[in-house]
Design a protein around this ligand. Sequence first.
Ligand code: NAD
Length: 287
Amino acid sequence: MTNIPSITLNDNVSIPILGFGVYLIPSDGSTYKAVREALDLGIRHIDTAAAYFNEREVGKAIRESGIPREEIFLTSKLWVQDFGFDLALKGVDASLKKLGLDYMDLYLLHHPYGDVPGAWKALEAAKAAGKIRSIGVSNMTPKIWNEFVPQFDSLPSVNQVEYNPLYQQKPLRELLAKSSVALESWGPLGQGNPELLSSPVIADIASAHGKQPGQVILRFEVQENVIVFPKSTKPERIKSNMDIFDFSLTDEEMNRIRALDTGKGRWNPEDPGVADILRNYDVHADD
Ligand code: NAD
């Protein structure tokens, strides 16, 4: 079985550098099946969110896997609808209830709008109460980070943002490195973006190593110390996406991929109107 390395976060919590994301996997048994498959293949890190409406199936898959709970790293996220201190405390409990678990390893503020400092205080309180081991944020650009994080009493352990070779988040990574905050990549395969998966540079490096383009992309990312959790419901792809620890990219190959950075992603958290769109989404529709 593939041995997946872990890294240590700034709060001393250890996290496997490669996990499995379940965004857009429906709650019709598919999430349960995919998570069981990922765990059977040796993945020990699952990334979900209240807004994915599949926390129940993720929790059931973890509970029924037969794997000791402490060997699995589980992340979920709080939706903007639940920001502010009191609502966020309830949001943490709602996630735990749906998951059917006593604690979460990592819990993130999914998007940085509304009463972010109040929600953060609630995450700190839930951590102190033993309900969460590590707390972090998501979708914070340097500007948004500098607006909110100085108001927090404690530092986030991670910032989960869009990241792939076409969007390498250089200014943000420099900022986070100063506080040893880990970068987690969402969309590590560019959410299937053909411009990335069919890049001639990636194809060339893949053929030199006898690997698939997806494997070279993910290998580049973990070699950059970025935490990844690619999503797929196909067992052969889940397997291939984790099979990246038996080769390494040379400095020259890393530099060729670094040169693919366009400095732009598909999602801009600073776009006006984003907050209103997200606020209209009711994550308690399945309570
Ligand atoms: P991803 O980059 O993992 O891409 C998934 C897509 O790529 C799927 O369509 C899949 O079929 C395809 N794919 C998977 N393996 C492949 C391979 N080897 N070759 C070619 N295609 C392949 O995108 P994602 O699922 O959006 O991101 C990963 C995880 O990040 C999510 O599941 C979720 O947990 C998290 N996420 C978080 C946020 C956030 O706002 N915090 C946003 C999006 C996603």
